[in-house]
Design a protein around this ligand. Structure first.
Ligand code: NAD
Length: 347
């Protein structure tokens, strides 16, 4: 039986425990030092506070001090903490990770290195391992349209595993799938990892269109659809510059995940607030007060830095990214800013 240790007992970590349990795996769920209240609920058999679903009773929960025990003998380790926590949790878990057959990654984001160069998360993890002289097993990036609460509730879900070694992603896609948790696979790790944080950035723009509709009483569906198409194009262009297959953005990691993220979720809700007329910084502070982390905000700034570092005129090809960044900085006419970025130019 495959033993899998999921690092991070938040919404996604706990949600993933459901399909892998149903696939017949031996599942361990480790909570960070921020997760004690979540582990309390899991151990009490109560619904997880973030997903509303009860974690399967066979899942063994571990607290932050029990990391070594949680990792002992694990065949697969899953990094499922917020991107900001990935470097620290990688450092702490490195020995167990290096002894596993694979490291899966549901975390989404960009990570600056010490020189300020923006890395995709798998590269950041590889750099940490290289500095410590550790060997990493194959890394499997997980993306696609997966809302944690629906996955945890056992609702039909399509996801995609991306590994440089396509045979590894194919094998795990076959072994971890269930009748309701379907797993596509690809060897395009970069394409999967670019779409994951970028769709959070673009979901803010989709939310803005919805918020404009609420504020004016007139739907802005045309603007939202134009923003959607431009967002997919930009994910494809950015991915291609980093070596991804341009088509990856047009499948589950891009179109699929952008659709689900633009329907609901923290990035979209934040965009709605801005579209309704709230000042972006105040709206973000309010989301923080509600413990709603808006990952698209730091991702937007890091993506802009990445695009500048890549150079070669790429910035001009990503006007919606520039528009979201300008809006987050407080540019006054939100509707005109989004429209200017996504409506095809005349002539
Ligand atoms: N929620 C979803 O539907 C979903 C779907 C796919 C992927 N993801 C991704 O999975 C990751 C986790 O998201 P989530 O929804 O579980 O979030 P969450 O807020 O429910 O949980 C966050 C997890 O990260 C840990 N964490 C937060 N800050 C940390 C820090 N500074 N240091 C160490 N650990 C820290 C927490 O302890 C917790 O385990 C994110 O990168 C997210 O984008 C989420």
């Amino acid at each position: 039986m495959t033993t899998i240790t999921i690092l991070g007992a938040g919404a996604m970590g706990s949600a993933l425990s459901r399909p892998v349990t149903d696939a017949g795996w031996d599942v361990r769920l480790w909570g960070t030092w921020l997760d004690d209240h979540l582990v309390d609920a899991i151990e009490a058999g109560e619904p997880h506070p973030r997903t509303g679903a009860v974690v399967p009773s066979s899942v063994r929960a571990y607290r932050s001090a029990q990391l070594e025990e949680a990792l002992d003998g694990a065949d697969v380790v899953v990094m499922s903490v917020a991107s900001v926590g990935v470097p620290k949790v990688t450092e702490l878990a490195l020995e167990g990770i290096s002894q596993a057959d694979a490291l899966w990654l549901t975390s989404k984001g960009f990570c600056p290195d010490e020189a300020g160069r923006i890395q995709l998360l798998p590269d950041a993890i590889r750099a940490i391992a290289a500095r410590r002289g550790a060997t990493l097993p194959p890394l499997v990036a997980i993306a696609g349209p997966v809302k944690a609460n629906e996955c945890a509730a056992g609702l039909p879900t399509a996801t995609i595993f991306g590994c440089r070694d396509g045979e590894v992603s194919r094998r795990y896609a076959a072994e971890a799938a269930t009748p309701v948790y379907a797993i596509a696979h690809t060897d395009d790790e970069v394409g999967v990892e670019v779409c994951a944080p970028m769709k959070n950035v673009y979901a803010i723009a989709l939310g803005i269109a919805d918020g404009l509709g609420e504020a004016t009483g007139t739907p802005h569906h045309n603007l939202k659809a134009a923003a959607f198409a431009q967002a997919v194009r930009e994910m494809s262009l950015l991915g291609a510059r980093l070596g991804a297959h341009p088509d990856t953005a047009y499948g589950l990691p891009g179109v699929g995940d952008l659709e689900v993220t633009g329907l609901s979720g923290r990035n979209k809700v934040y965009g709605v607030r801005i579209g309704r007329g709230e000042e972006p910084r105040e709206a973000l502070a309010e989301m923080d007060r509600l413990e709603q982390t808006v990952e698209g905000v730091p991702a937007a700034g890091l993506a802009r830095t990445l695009v500048d570092q890549l150079g070669g005129g790429l910035a001009e090809e990503l006007p919606l990214l520039a528009a979201v960044c300008a809006i987050l900085e407080g540019v006054p006419d939100v509707q005109a800013t989004v429209a200017g970025a996504v409506l095809p130019r005349r002539g």
